[in-house]
Design a protein around this ligand. Sequence first.
Ligand SMILES: NC(=O)c1ccc[n+]([C@@H]2O[C@H](COP(=O)([O-])OP(=O)(O)OC[C@H]3O[C@@H](n4cnc5c(N)ncnc54)[C@H](O)[C@@H]3O)[C@@H](O)[C@H]2O)c1
Length: 454
Amino acid sequence: MKICVIGTGYVGLVGAAVFADMGNTVVGVDKDKAKIAKVTSGVMPIYELGLDEIVLRNVKNGNLRFTTSTPEGVSQSDVIFICVGTPQDDTGAADLTAVMAVAKEVGQNLNGYKIVVTKSTVPVGTNERVEQVIKENAQAGMDFDVVSNPEFLREGAAIEDMRNTNRTVVGTKSARALNMMRELYKGFNAPFVECDLRSAEMIKYASNALLATKISFINEIGQLCERAGANVQVVAEGVGLDKRIGRAFLNATGVGYGGSCFPKDVAALYKTSTDQAYDFKLLRSVMEVNELQKFNFMKKITKAMGENLSGCTIGVLGLAFKNDTDDIRESGAIKMIRMIRGYGAELRVYDPAAMENTKKVFGHDQIYYANDMYDAIKDVDALCIFTEWGNFKLLDLTKTKQLMKGNLIFDARNLLDQKAVESSGFVYIAVGKRTNGYTEDGDIVSTAILKNGR
Ligand SMILES: NC(=O)c1ccc[n+]([C@@H]2O[C@H](COP(=O)([O-])OP(=O)(O)OC[C@H]3O[C@@H](n4cnc5c(N)ncnc54)[C@H](O)[C@@H]3O)[C@@H](O)[C@H]2O)c1
């Protein structure tokens, strides 16, 4: 099939590569000239394991190419995927400016029957607006159909997720478009959910909102565990073995859920509910718990180290919102760094992929960008772990003890082995469980490593 993917970000670039790798002829379009120049020269504009290999192979065999010209991409294709961003606007709603701009351009450049497929996450009713905008901008009599085909990939496992998706959701009122989508996805070997446009749009939001709810739920259980003397990791194992519940998304975290999807999608669904005059109380709590989680973790730091952190240096491992990505959009780590900086501390930070993106946010004020994880902990009073990168689990505790000035470790991901950390002489404070960083009454111990008393 001849496919045009508009928006070559995390979803569009991976989608273009995977569709090309299945033997389709794909053109990736992005208005960002620097991005297109980069990918055309063989350098990936995003960090996604294995992506470069697929892109390069398909560029070489002629299945994949890139352009900044939407007219060129649209006119030469039969199926057009809209993969542009839908960030949160000031009201909490999804900002559809990019989607509607693309719809207009698609309409202006229709030159025969095409299917216009929205992969971007868009609120219920958006595809009907897309259809309207295309119609208004197309020449009279031009035939096209719209399809809602939400994407469920996770950054860091995007290629695997796209190829082995749990389900393909296709919403459309057109039998012709449905058949073409079946043909396109026949190699995916996943359940094919065919439905109306609005249900397809809602499936995406309901999925993300439910996953976010699981995270906020286990974070609340974690709060209770700390107070009641239980261990949230053990509880999650026990609960997760119930097949009706499942183990996924039951990791308590001090930084809450983040990223370019969950926060904005939960907010957008909540906005949809208020627009429909429905008060979605559960979602409101999910968002509130998520914000509180970060403040609660900050409270652990200040309880242990004091309210005035000027003169202290804190090492940070993990900046991306999750492991295996360079994406720091709505990253809990970034929010934590902002708070820690606000309390006056200097920071030494490290992330295997997200350093450049973080420099763009913070610059160098109060922050040293370390060369590796051990460089990040040199002479620091305390260490914070904010992202669950596999390498951080391998931290050599003896070396860490020698390199650090203080002995405090705040593990917002429960990544390290509690016994090993404690027996290496650290005061360990994690999430949803009592450690040697707690008094018998369940309070955080106040340490004596403060600025003047060091
Ligand atoms: N990132 C994810 O993990 C993920 C997963 C599932 C769904 N989604 C959804 O997919 C959509 C895209 O997300 P993303 O993370 O890939 O976004 P992104 O910001 O990484 O990429 C969007 C791209 O669209 C381009 N763009 C914007 N307007 C354009 C225009 N008018 N013409 C051409 N290109 C244009 C931008 O330059 C950018 O490169 C969002 O709606 C998101 O919610 C994202």
